[in-house]
Ligand binder design. Structure first.
Ligand code: ZN
Length: 57
């Protein structure tokens, strides 16, 4: 089972990969819908990790 840390790393990697490779993001110079979804997932993972971390303390 992935830890919140793993989920955070994975969602960040997915977002960065998209930002590097997405033509639409580069063409428009603004994030496309997929990019926004990935960024939201990344933010959610970050919050989940912060929660898990503070719960562990
Ligand atoms: Zn994009």
């Amino acid at each position: 089972m992935p830890t919140p840390e793993d989920a955070l790393q994975e969602s960040r990697a997915a977002y960065e990969e998209h930002a590097r490779t997405c033509r639409q993001c580069h063409f428009d110079m603004s994030p496309c819908a997929v990019s926004k979804l990935l960024l939201r997932a990344y933010n959610n993972a970050g919050r989940a990790q912060a929660r898990a971390r503070s719960a562990a303390r």
